[in-house]
Design a protein around this ligand. Structure first.
Ligand code: NAD
Length: 490
């Protein structure tokens, strides 16, 4: 519930507008997922705060957009240096705020956040535009790319700083100014980063961060007439709403959404590598990664062996408090989300599914102060039908379903039989088959004999209800700029 007063012992965040921290008179509670306690007050921003941020971004645009790529690159590299210098405190804050394990925050999330700035600091120096000589008409055509203006950036709670910086870095590298809104559930690392922006030499107004809920702050941002571009990562349902709100202004939209990602395991797969990788792809970050595997199709010849070994491996994954360096799974983001994820397991059981491991909390050993945390064991389900809700809808938690299949044609059809199309993995030692299957799968990202190895130069994004547009060196460059074709007749 929105609050106007707050307990002085709690962390109180402020918006960052025009290079200054600006207090907000209204706040919302933010919970630590591992204790279930409120520990932070997040501004409950509305139209007025978003308006101030948009005005600050508009005022900063002419100067920032006219700087050279080299000057902007220097600033981005400085932000990266400062994130690296504060890695430990940012990782601890992220782990406390989101519930992820400290090792996940230290080794993946925060290093990738600084790398996002470093990557686009370099990438912006290497883009060239096109030129076409039409000599028979006496014409030369060439293209110019210019920044779009004020970019509206909206990010989710699962990889808070990682996904926010994946938007801020390309947007400002290309010369745009931004108004960003992180998830109201995980705002702390973004607020901490604001303190580093000034030190890095980011001019006031180039990056503005407004904290608050989707229906208030997010809605005001996507409906603002002076924000011509929205980059959104989050759920498909919110994206559908944002699309409607943006339609009257014909905004540029990049939508990175949910998934229901299949893993396809053929008889000739190398199970030594496939099993630990598929356990990791199912349960990393509590299964709260859009790319996590949640439907595993195993060819009949290795089905029984796979099932037994997969369950044994899943049972070894340690659920623990986020600060425990040996824990592999921390706490889920919220009580509501935990109930939703557990609800899918109940639904699967009601549909005739068999729960082979996980689900309850009985065997999770946590200190007394964490007894109300949102913990859940890695859960493996089998014997459900492809049409059951746990095989069709995004669960976004530590739950995965395993089912057998016979033939290549059959599994391609079943893997594609969902509304999503984000990612897939294929395991086989037959390169011809891997190539054939990858070509026919409806997914924007397909890993064969591995998972989550990324080259940021290449496109990232989904098809069908998993998204619109792609992100990456060239794709982000194109999205965060407008292109003009100019023709000169000589
Ligand atoms: P969500 O859609 O509920 O919220 C995402 C963001 O949108 C939050 O900042 C929220 O405050 C904001 N928002 C909500 N309503 C809004 C509105 N009416 N107008 C403007 N903004 C609004 O998603 P979530 O629960 O935070 O995140 C989980 C989802 O994100 C999952 O579906 C997951 O798959 C997806 N995700 C996708 C990717 C990807 O790259 N494809 C990456 C991470 C997460």
């Amino acid at each position: 519930m929105p609050k106007t007063a707050h307990d002085k012992t709690q962390l109180v965040l402020e918006n960052y507008i025009g290079g200054k921290f600006v207090p907000c008179s209204r706040h919302i509670d933010s919970y630590a997922p591992s204790t279930g306690e409120v520990y932070c007050m997040v501004p409950d921003s509305e139209g007025a705060e978003v308006e101030a941020a948009v005005q600050a971004a508009k005022a900063a645009f002419p100067v920032w957009s006219s700087k050279s790529p080299q000057e902007r690159s220097k600033v981005l590299n400085k932000i990266a240096d400062l994130i690296d210098a504060h890695l430990e405190e940012l990782a601890q804050a992220e782990s406390k705020d989101q519930g992820k394990t400290i090792s996940q925050a230290e080794t993946l999330e925060i290093p990738r956040s600084s790398y996002n700035f470093r990557f686009f600091a370099s990438s912006i120096l290497h883009h060239v535009t096109e030129c076409s000589d039409m000599d028979h008409m006496g014409c030369l055509h060439y293209t110019l790319r210019t920044p779009v203006g004020v970019a509206g950036l909206i990010s989710p709670w699962n990889l808070p700083l990682y996904l926010l910086t994946w938007k801020i870095a390309p947007a400002i590298a290309m010369g745009n100014t931004v108004v960003a809104k992180p998830s109201e559930m995980t705002s702390v690392s973004a607020w901490m980063m604001c303190k580093l922006l000034d030190e890095a030499g980011v001019p006031p107004g180039v990056v503005n961060i407004v904290f608050g809920t989707g229906p208030k702050a997010g809605q005001a941002l996507v409906s603002h007439p002076d924000v011509p571009l929205i980059s959104f990562t989050g759920s498909t349902m919110t994206a559908q709403h944002i699309t409607k709100c943006s339609a009257p202004y014909c905004k540029k939209l990049s939508l990175e959404l949910g998934g229901k990602n299949p893993a396809i395991i053929f008889d000739d797969a190398n199970l030594e590598e496939c099993i630990p990788t598929t356990v990791r792809s199912s349960f990393s970050n509590q299964g709260e990664i859009c790319l996590c595997t949640s439907r595993i199709f195993v060819q009949k010849g290795v089905y029984s062996e796979f099932l037994q070994r997969f369950v044994e491996a899943a049972q070894k994954w340690k659920v623990g408090v986020p600060s425990d360096p040996t824990a592999q799974i921390g706490a889920l983001i919220s009580k509501e989300h935990l109930e939703k994820v557990q609800g899918y397991v109940k639904l699967a059981k009601a549909d005739g599914g068999k729960v082979l491991c996980g689900y309850g909390v009985d065997s999770i050993q946590v200190p007394d102060k964490n007894k109300n945390g949102y913990f859940m064991l890695p859960t493996v389900i089998t014997e459900v039908t492809d049409s059951s809700r746990c095989m069709q809808e995004e669960i976004f938690g530590p739950v995965t379903c395993i089912l057998p299949f016979d033939s290549e044609e059959e599994v391609i059809q079943r893997a594609n039989n969902v509304k999503y199309g984000l990612a897939a993995t294929v395991w086989s030692s037959n390169v011809g088959r891997v190539h054939r299957v990858a070509k026919k799968l409806q997914a924007g990202l397909i890993w064969t004999n591995c998972w989550l190895i990324r080259d940021l130069n290449l496109p990232f994004g989904g098809m069908k209800c998993s998204g619109v547009g792609r992100e990456g060196a060239k794709d982000s460059f194109e999205f965060f700029t407008e292109v003009k074709t100019i023709t000169i007749k000589h």
